[in-house]
Design a protein around this ligand. Structure first.
Ligand code: NAD
Length: 499
């Protein structure tokens, strides 16, 4: 394979590509075989200033474009995304290492769905305010105003989906955007910019800069930026929120988790095992909402583990464009090392029981052996104080924790500083609702795991985030409120009248 299969990526702002002035580049790597895919130009401060200035110039006209006219442009982009689904999914697979069976059915699809959702919402009056009659001759009316130039910073696990989950409500609400994808998965950004342009989005409304944390830090601290929407690790999110606080910027923080999945004694065994596997091994475990702490009743543990071991055989690493492959490599060498170090810690220091997997690579064809593969791994007999149970690993590592009573399971499930997702498997729906009500997490599931449709607002509690994405509530993160009290009485109720 040639050193790079894609043309060098330049920055995109003011409706066109621009060479970065830094003179620096980085490489995007195919995680399945460790070969370079493309050179990406790194934005210098002057380039980021230029992208922000383009977004600033575009704001007054875009924000005043009627919502229905904005919606029509975004709908065209939805159609283009769907038309080009497999082509975009192919790039996502090469860039992120996710199997094509996933990227072609989930990544582009769920991104386009969200764009369609927000185009429909604002086109149908979703940005209208409220009117309240205070008394016969006085009213309050409210207006939802766009915020201005916004910044979006993405993680590497769902590249185009994250770009769309942020840009869809942002642009629909009348804001303009400067987007920085993760330096590990940057390739989708130019395609999305081209699609928006082809759909008729005016120059400067959607802009792209590339680089690592320093580029993100400059962007988020910039005084012209009105809002930062961030997806990434808790520790990075804390830095970004801290920097945004300097200018009272609005923030949305979509951060990490260590989510509990509670199986009740009456749960259907196969469903519980399938749910736990989807919650740990889908996307090679690189899903923020993964249910990595699997609470199993002590009475059910042996049966659960036996069925799980049978089904672990259905995890199929392999060539990413093979229809049978349902498990890819991790997204980068550095991340694969991090996940392996957690597996090592689980074995050597935490001394959890290794039920399946462990260190080393799964068996893959010879041409993929240099890729960033790790083995799907299950630890059992875990305890709450183990590092592998407490910290987000963000890889295919399940921890099984047994419990005696439901009250105990709920209390232990909540003993964490994170609160992204949680779920319960049971036939007793009354009990399921009671348990869900007690779980401290923003995204919860009953008898299922992981589905996150456009109309479901999702966001973390505790250190897992601030605000939500998607759903009706998601648009509120991209507007500010103005309340106006109008009095038609004609006389001012003054206290400064003559006695
Ligand atoms: P990361 O925090 O390392 O990087 C995320 C982004 O932040 C990258 O684009 C990076 O370049 C940028 N960045 C790094 N330092 C920065 C700084 N100081 N200022 C501004 N930007 C900076 O996260 P990651 O490893 O790419 O992603 C994995 C994490 O993302 C996991 O913790 C996962 O749970 C989380 N995640 C959360 C959600 C959610 O919706 N809650 C979704 C996907 C991923």
């Amino acid at each position: 394979m040639p050193p790079s299969s894609f043309p060098t990526r330049q920055l995109y702002y003011d409706g066109k590509l621009w060479p970065a002035s830094s003179g620096k580049t980085f490489e995007s790597i195919d995680p399945s075989n460790a070969t370079p895919l493309a050179e990406i130009q790194v934005a210098a401060h002057a380039d980021i200033d230029a992208a922000i200035a383009a977004a600033d110039r575009a704001f007054s006209s875009w924000s005043q474009t009627p919502p229905i006219a904005r919606a029509r442009i975004l709908q065209k982009a939805v159609a283009l995304l769907r038309e080009r689904n497999d082509e975009i999914a192919r790039v996502e697979t090469l860039d992120s290492g996710k199997a094509f069976t996933e990227t072609s059915t989930v990544d582009v699809v769920t991104g386009a769905d969200t764009l369609e959702y927000y185009a429909n919402l604002v086109g149908g009056g979703g940005l209208n305010g409220e009117t309240t009659q205070l008394r016969e001759d006085a009213w309050v009316y409210t207006k939802k105003a766009p915020l201005g130039v916004c910044a979006a910073i993405g993680a590497w696990n769902y590249p185009i989906q994250i770009a769309l989950w942020k840009s869809a409500p942002c642009l629909a609400a009348g804001n303009t955007l400067v987007y920085k994808p993760s330096e590990f998965t940057p390739l989708h950004a130019q395609t999305l910019a081209e699609i928006y342009r082809e759909a008729g989005l005016p120059a400067g409304v959607f802009n792209v800069v590339y680089g690592a944390g320093d580029v993100g830090a400059y962007l988020t601290a910039h005084p012209t930026i009105a809002k930062v929407s961030f997806t990434g690790q808790v520790t990075t999110g804390m830095k970004v929120a801290g920097s945004a606080a300097g200018n009272m910027k609005y923030v949305t923080m979509e951060l990490g988790g260590k989510s509990p999945l509670i199986i009740l004694p009456d749960a259907e065994l196969d469903n519980a095992v399938d749910g736990a596997m989807m919650a740990n091994f889908y996307s090679t475990g690189q899903v923020c909402t993964n249910g990595t702490r699997v609470f199993v009743p002590a009475s059910m543990k042996a049966a659960f583990e036996q069925r799980l071991l049978e089904k672990m055989q259905y995890i199929r690493p392999g060539p990413l464009f093979d229809d049978a492959t349902n498990f890819g490599p991790l997204s980068s060498a550095i991340h694969a090392e991090k996940v392996a170090s957690y597996i090592r810690h689980g074995i050597e220091t935490d001394k959890a029981t290794l039920l399946f997997g462990g260190l080393g690579k799964p068996s893959v064809p010879k041409e993929l052996e240099a890729g960033f593969w790790v083995r799907p791994t299950v630890f059992t007999n875990c305890t709450d104080d183990m590092k592998i149970v407490k910290e987000e690993i963000f890889g295919p590592v399940m921890s099984i924790l047994s419990y005696e009573t439901v009250e105990e399971a709920v209390e232990r499930a909540n003993t964490t500083e994170l609160g992204l997702a949680a779920g319960v498997f049971t036939k007793n729906l009354n009990l399921a609702h009671r348990i869900i009500d007690q779980l401290q997490a923003g995204i919860t599931w009953i008898n299922t795991w992981g589905e996150s449709p456009a109309d479901m607002a999702v966001g973390g509690w505790k250190n897992s985030g601030v605000g939500v994405e998607n759903g009706r509530r998601g648009i509120e993160a991209w507007v500010k409120n103005k309340s106006t009290l109008v009095d038609t009485n004609g006389a001012i109720a003054t206290v400064f009248a003559k006695l």
